[in-house]
Design a protein around this ligand. Structure first.
Ligand code: 3HC
Length: 285
């Protein structure tokens, strides 16, 4: 296995920035590629702010923070990925867009370099088939916030080789993560498959008037010891993202447990997204 010194990340949204930051914290060189210069600037600022907080709290020296930023390059040109020893794609959840990125990156990345996708639900097999190296294509699913969450799901596509699975797991572990192997390319892998019916059920409890949004969140936090209640988590993840993932699972599995609930659908139709882009279940209040 070739040593990984430089990580390429495609996409500088929440997940792309988080993954890039984790790699830089792990002492690796990082090339972040994103079409929009403004998005790259936001990513640089976001990472800089977290570093500043860590310096303030004494977890990092100012010199270490500077060195870390020095290991990160922010580029608009995919060609910069020719330097990468592994590439992790973390653009938005759209299969065609991901396939397009993989087709392009396949031509740029050196022969044998692993191409990984951070997709939370899409088929690794289909994404891999857009490349000339499906055996070197794998899912590397980090969780939000990537800097904090310990898990990475390493997902095998139909053509992914055993070596690729092992190398991808070793890479995740080298970043201080716990990797689990997902052996079948089924939508949602493990975590999202378990999570989405739980979030949908929380919406139904509110729709039926059993309890309020606030009380469901309190119940789950205190009754199950979750760090966030389901509605806070949907706002945090993005209500549009949760809706899209449930809708995709419902179509793929045909199981009503995944059917996006009315409460969530109404919020999405109203353009309330959660995160910072718009108001979600709580943000409007
Ligand atoms: N980046 C880096 N560090 C962060 C961070 C970020 N974005 N957010 C929080 N932290 C760290 C900070 O070090 C902070 O400590 P500090 O205040 O001393 O600096 C520490 O986490 C705790 O943060 P807060 O005090 O602000 O808040 P919390 O204690 O509530 O923790 C949380 C925040 C870690 C996000 C916690 O609420 C949590 O674990 N929530 C659940 C997250 C979750 O379930 N994520 C998975 C979502 S599903 C998913 O990603 C799959 C996708 O495919 C849909």
């Amino acid at each position: 296995m070739a040593e990984i010194r430089t990580v390429g990340v495609v996409g500088a949204g929440t997940m792309g920035s988080g993954i890039a930051h984790v790699a830089a914290q792990g002492g690796l060189e990082v090339v972040v590629v994103e079409a929009q210069e403004s998005q790259l600037e936001r990513a640089r600022k976001y990472i800089g702010e977290i570093n500043a907080r860590n310096v303030e709290k004494g977890r990092l020296s100012a010199q270490q923070a500077d060195e870390m930023m020095g290991r990160m390059r922010f580029q608009t040109d995919l060609g910069a990925l020719s330097a990468a020893d592994i590439v992790v794609e973390a653009i938005y959840e759209d299969l065609e867009a991901k396939k397009e990125v993989f087709r392009a990156v396949d031509k740029i990345a050196r022969k044998g370099v692993i191409l990984a996708t951070n997709t939370s639900s899409m088929s690794i097999t289909e994404i891999g088939r857009a490349t000339s190296r499906p055996a070197r294509t794998v899912g590397l699913h980090f969780f939000n916030p990537a800097q904090v969450m310990k898990l990475v799901e390493v997902v095998r596509g139909y053509y992914t080789s055993d070596e690729t699975m092992q190398e991808a797991q070793a890479f995740a572990q080298s970043l201080g993560k716990t990797a689990i192997a997902v052996q079948k390319d089924q939508p949602g892998f493990v975590v999202n498959r378990v999570l989405m019916p739980f979030l949908a059920e929380a919406c139904k409890v509110v729709e039926e008037g059993v309890a309020s949004i606030e009380d469901v969140d309190t119940a789950v936090k205190l009754g199950l010891n979750h760090p966030m209640g389901p509605f806070t988590l949907m706002d945090f993840t993005g209500v549009d993202v949760c809706y899209a993932v449930m809708d995709y699972f419902y179509r793929e599995f045909g199981d009503p447990a995944y059917k996006p609930p009315l409460l969530l659908h109404q919020l999405v139709r109203a353009g309330r997204m959660g995160r910072k882009s718009g108001a979600g279940f709580y943000d409007a209040k």
